[in-house]
Design a protein around this ligand. Structure first.
Ligand code: NAD
Ligand code: GLY
Length: 362
């Protein structure tokens, strides 16, 4: 006997400015008359929830805000998820309802998981408001919360119906966060697109201007590259793992150094360490590591781990990594700038924890 699985789902992705009206119009086409929840953290809600709610209500949608606190990594947990789910129930979001994630990767990941769990899966839309979410986290349907100190341990794959990335919202994003999100752009370029890497190297400062064309071009190019990978390997059976470059070390660093490092900053450090690993394991050229270091410096991203880092905690956290297989850590490593390392059909390579710790001490 065979049961049918869900058909592949298409997701519209738009980058631009003034997209709130467009998002509201799309919401009507998806959930006319049904309850709609706009989920964000307090900061983002303060800036943008009013505008979105107004646009939704003007189109006759009974939209309500769901605001969680604290925002950021501190609020990305089981408790917040439970509160969001309770709020959806109170608002009356049912099977025909809609969740709109308004914010960075944290509201995106929490809202998506809430949408996956509510009535066994309801429609949702992402409105990313950070460079990190626009480059990566809003795309591809990974949703999660942290648990027991481990990043993203509880989660689901649940594709949004659309992503509206309004670059105007970046006007209020603190510069440190704007820079941190660019680490995901660098990751995508390092693993998949040497031409994009060169473009980033040629004018890194332009990427810090959300009104200029460069940032939008880079974000769109990342989205296209990620779309190709998700189309081939939505559930990360293989190739999608290349998008985890920098994250095996990055996630552990982020948790061990919390709250000192932002997610993107930890990914930047993770990429650098993983390039040094790749020099030993995949023949990645040392000039590639130097180019990466220069680019990270030019973007104002860290290239040295915090002095206060508790390395034994880091080792403990790395061994909790959910991508470990048979107790061995696995890393997605670059072969050259712009190309992932692939051997024997495997997109990740086994790495001894001791080697990682030795490189960290260097
Ligand atoms: P975030 O959502 O916490 O946003 C960062 C900070 O910026 C928050 O304090 C937020 O309130 C504030 N903020 C957001 N938008 C703003 C705006 N426009 N103006 C002013 N302030 C604004 O974090 P993030 O850096 O966007 O995302 C990091 C998270 O994303 C991590 O939890 C990470 O695990 C997750 N992530 C998920 C995926 C995925 O595929 N699902 C991929 C990469 C990262
Ligand atoms: N951020 C990695 C992925 O979406 O697979």
């Amino acid at each position: 006997m065979e049961f049918p699985g869900s058909p592949p789902k298409r997701c519209a992705v738009l980058y631009g400015s003034g997209l709130f009206e467009e998002a509201a119009g799309f919401a009507v086409s998806l959930a006319a008359g049904a309850a709609v929840a706009v989920v964000s953290d307090e900061t983002v809600a303060g800036f943008y929830a009013g505008r979105l709610l107004e646009a939704l209500r003007a189109r006759g949608l009974p939209a309500e805000p769901v605001v969680f606190t604290p925002g950021g990594e501190a609020g990305k947990n089981w408790e917040t998820l439970g509160e969001v789910l309770l709020s959806l129930a109170k608002i009356g979001v049912g099977r025909d309802g809609l969740v709109i994630a308004l914010g960075g990767g944290v509201p995106g990941d929490i809202s998506g998981l809430a949408a996956a769990l509510c009535c066994r899966g309801i429609a949702w839309i992402q409105m990313p408001t950070t460079t990190l979410a626009m480059a990566d986290s809003a795309l591809g349907g990974k949703t999660a919360v942290n648990s027991g100190g481990a990043k993203n341990l509880i989660g689901a794959f649940h594709q949004p119906s659309a992503v509206f990335a309004d670059l105007d919202t970046l006007a209020t994003l603190p510069t440190r966060h704007l820079r941190a999100g660019l680490a995901e752009v660098v990751k995508t370029a390092l693993m998949l697109d040497g031409g994009l890497f060169e473009l980033l190297e040629s004018s890194p400062r332009d990427l810090l201007d959300h009104r200029g064309p460069r940032l939008r071009q880079a974000l769109e190019r990342c989205a296209r590259l990620k779309a190709g990978i998700v189309a081939r390997d939505e559930r990360e059976a293989g190739e999608r793992a290349v998008l985890n470059a920098g994250h095996t070390v990055g996630h552990a660093l982020e948790a061990a150094a919390a709250p000192e490092l932002l997610h993107g900053e930890a990914v930047a450090l993770g990429l650098l360490l993983e390039c040094r690993l790749a020099e030993r394991l995949t023949g990645f050229p040392p000039e590639g590591t130097q180019r990466l270091r220069r680019l990270l410096n030019a973007l104002g991203l860290p290239t040295a781990v915090p002095r206060s880092l508790d390395t034994s905690r880091l080792a403990e956290l790395m061994s909790l990594d959910k991508k470990a297989k048979a107790g061995k850590l696995r890393f997605a490593l670059p072969a050259t700038v712009g190309n992932p390392f692939l051997r024997g059909g495997e997109w990740t390579s086994p790495v001894e924890l001791d080697l990682v710790m030795d490189l960290l001490k260097d």
